[in-house]
Design a protein around this ligand. Structure first.
Ligand code: EPU
Length: 418
């Protein structure tokens, strides 16, 4: 397993370009199953999760060719309707094939994802929604066995605004008979990007980006000429925190600031300065950040996917920061590792109290999930001395060449191959 060796203590300066959004690319790739044809998707990030989704589609019979960041996905001969445990356990987003398979082929066998480092993460809302649309679903031997004649439109209300749940129902509803209304839908930009791809295939969707989405089913979807996925807001946010925490000065290219309003406001409170320029967004970090409180919320609230990175910055802030995680019940795995580097953090329930210390000290630490890994990288960059991060395969799931991008900004990092 690869490790990252980081020599910390340098302000990061230079230019970085943001890649395509992982959490938009994955559902859009899954949505290619809804239509028989050749899909041209651009700005697909080079990430382990994306390769896993490609492998899943290939095993179903899709033919995929990749040229730079463009994927050509041919879904004309899909013959296998199964997402097996060996793939689903490495990537929960595999559940996104359930809605499309059921809608186009009337059958699917998808492994239940099971727990995950950040929480239990059930998929009950996906299942109940599809059942309401007429699917017959059995859970057997760790698999979801789903069958349907043509799905039919209905009202689906989510108790919690689930991102992939909203995406699964929206995809299924695109080919259903009649109109589906999703209430308390997730409003994340990635849901909107998927809706835009579906619309470009001929789907009739209104309200994506609000809490009520209306989908009028059509008989057939046809791939557009090409489609470009939105840039990754979490990658951009991570670089903003890197600039803020390291006292750096980073020009971020291809950053959609409208997707990051909560993060930018909190970073401004912490003393980070933002300047819109022609080439991109310039982010300038303070000498030492101010302590700021955050509470994670569904979009447009502060994203849970930025909580760990923000906490790394707060470990060296002036003052005490209160960080509340309301989306996942176990998303503080990075706390124990940050403590090993000298952070002063206590946790009670879903609340972490971070008392800023003068300086973190490098240490060997272990990555536990994707965003926790990013927080350890940030901690390593601002710490004095040497940090070794083990299990960075988590990082490679969601950040495209993060080490290379950081090196180009002046960081001293080595990837230790095993
Ligand atoms: N939930 C249920 N039942 C369900 C579905 C969700 O109780 O059937 C709960 C979850 O346990 C959680 C909450 O609802 O407490 C929200 O979870 P959601 O379903 O929105 O999460 P997700 O769709 O599994 C996506 C992202 C995550 C991101 C979350 C929250 C993708 C592929 N993944 O997950 O991204 O943290 O939304 O914004 O879009 C990451 O990129 O690191 C990552 C974990």
């Amino acid at each position: 397993m690869d490790k990252l060796l980081i020599f910390g203590g340098r302000p990061l300066k230079g230019t970085v370009t943001i890649g395509g959004a992982k959490n938009a690319a994955l559902p859009i790739m899954a949505s290619t199953l809804l239509s028989s044809g050749i899909h041209h998707l651009k700005r697909i990030p080079r990430l382990r999760d994306v390769f896993t989704m490609a492998e899943l589609l290939k095993r179903m019979g899709a033919e995929i060719t990749i040229e730079n960041d463009t994927y050509k996905i041919n879904t004309k001969s899909i013959f296998n309707f199964e997402a097996s445990y060996d793939l689903v356990r490495t990537m929960r987003a595999s559940i996104l094939v359930l809605g499309p398979l059921l809608a186009r082929f009337g059958k699917a066998k998808v492994s239940l994802p099971g727990g995950c480092a950040i929480g239990e993460r059930p998929v009950n809302l996906h299942i109940v929604g599809l059942e309401k649309m007429g699917a017959k679903i059995d859970l057997q031997e760790g698999y979801i066995f789903a069958k349907a004649n043509r799905l039919r439109g209905t009202k689906v209300y989510f108790d919690i605004p689930t991102v992939t749940g909203t995406e699964n129902i929206m995809m299924a509803a695109s080919l259903a008979k009649g109109t589906t209304i999703i209430e308390n839908a997730a409003k994340e930009p990635e849901v909107v990007d998927l809706a835009n791809y579906l619309i470009s295939m001929g789907a009739k969707i209104n309200g994506a980006g609000t809490s009520i989405i209306e989908i009028e089913g059509v008989n057939e979807l046809i791939p557009p000429k090409t489609y470009e996925v939105i840039p990754d807001r979490i990658e951009a946010g991570t670089f903003m925190v890197i600039a803020g925490a390291s006292g750096g000065d980073i020009l971020i290219k291809d950053c959609r600031t409208e997707f990051l309003e909560a993060v930018i406001l909190k970073l401004k409170d912490a003393g980070v300065v933002f300047r819109e320029t022609r080439e991109g967004l310039r982010v300038i970090g303070p000498k030492k950040p101010n302590a700021v409180n955050i509470k994670t919320m569904p979009y447009p609230g502060f994203p849970t996917d930025m909580q760990a990175q923000f906490m790394a910055m707060m470990t060296i802030a002036n003052g005490t920061s209160i960080i509340k995680e309301t989306i996942f019940e176990n998303r503080f795995m990075h706390v124990a590792e940050l403590r090993r580097m000298g952070a002063d953090i206590s946790v009670e329930g879903n609340t972490a109290t971070v008392r800023g210390v003068k300086q973190l000290k490098g240490a060997p630490v272990m990555a536990t999930d994707l965003r926790a890994s990013a927080s350890l990288v940030i901690a390593g960059l601002i710490a004095e001395g040497k940090t070794i991060i083990d299990r960075i395969y988590h990082l490679d799931r969601g950040y495209e060449e993060l080490d290379k991008k950081l090196i180009s900004l002046g960081a001293k990092i080595e990837r230790l191959k095993k």
